[in-house]
Design a protein around this ligand. Structure first.
Ligand code: SF4
Length: 292
């Protein structure tokens, strides 16, 4: 099994979702992705993680799946292409999450030919809701057809690529029915998150509302994977744009950080954060039991 590292390569995004988790204390430092040298070093440090984790937890990780996330992952095209090139030198499996708004023909081809998975974040297919959520640029909301076109183009090049959809459920979209969109997109997995009050508690929903959203989409249960707040805490290995491990704080809003990996090395930085390897495996088991 490969360890999944979520590398949040930039905080920048063309959208402004009110709940956006992509806000880190950056100490006025430049994001790693803008320096070729730092990207090179960071990829090396990440390549050490399977061995470090296996020694620490007795696991048998065989490699890395580097999941590129943002901000908007593909906002800085040249820099992302450089990260992909460096990651390939270490044979990392690649995947990414995107809001789908920056994909041109080059990026579609790179994703289709070099990535094992691409996830699109889509909370709503309703223009008004997307504007309220902040999924719009200059007041023009993301259109579901743009996303579907990108998915179709990627699939036409790589029919077996794993396509996923991520949706965050809040007061704004809790009553929506996304069944037809999901059927058209035909993802292998639809990951539904209850909005986490990390940055704001505005528009949060309770378990009742979240369960109702899930029940409304019961006919898609074979591909749905939902995560509540507890399951999400300490169960990912995540790196922020300036190259620190970070985790959701279990006791307050915001994040807890390690030192910078490029300064202290991945081994020392790993010691400074909480990572629950059992939660990581529980998620992986859930994924394999869904056969996705
Ligand atoms: S699209 Fe994603 S990264 Fe951009 S503002 Fe929304 S949640 Fe944040």
């Amino acid at each position: 099994m490969k360890i999944v590292i979520n590398y949040h390569l930039t905080e920048a995004c063309n959208y402004k979702c009110f709940y956006c988790f992509a806000k880190w204390q950056n100490k006025n430092q430049k994001e790693v992705l803008h320096s070729k040298e730092k990207v090179h070093q960071l990829m090396f440090e990440i390549s050490l993680l399977p061995t470090l984790l296996n020694a620490k937890y007795g696991t048998s990780f065989s490699g890395v799946r580097l999941n590129l996330v943002g901000g908007e992952t593909f906002l800085y095209k040249k820099q992302v292409l450089n990260i992909i090139e460096e990651a390939r030198k270490y044979d990392f499996e690649l995947s990414a999450i995107t809001n789908g708004s920056c994909l041109d023909q080059d990026l579609i081809r790179v994703i289709a030919t070099q990535f094992s998975m691409i996830g699109f974040s889509v909370d709503s297919i309703n223009d008004e809701s997307n504007i309220k959520i902040g999924r719009s640029f200059k007041n023009i909301p993301i259109k579901k057809d743009e996303i579907l076109n990108s998915i179709n183009e990627i699939r036409s090049i790589s029919p077996n690529i794993d396509i996923k959809i991520n949706s965050v459920i809040s007061q704004i979209n809790k009553d929506e029915n996304l069944t037809n969109f999901i059927k058209d997109a035909s993802p292998s997995k639809w990951k539904i998150f209850k909005m986490l009050p990390i940055i704001t508690s505005q528009n949060v929903i309770d378990d009742f509302d979240f369960d109702n959203f899930l029940k409304r989409h019961n006919n898609l249960q074979d591909i749905i994977s939902s995560e509540n707040n507890d399951e999400m805490t300490h169960s990912y290995l995540m790196i922020d744009p300036i190259g620190r491990f970070f985790q959701n704080s279990p006791i307050s809003s915001g994040y807890e950080y390690s030192s910078e990996i490029l300064t202290v090395g991945a081994s020392n930085a790993l010691e400074e954060i909480a990572f629950n390897v059992n939660k990581f495996f529980n998620r992986s088991k859930l994924i394999s039991s869904l056969n996705i």
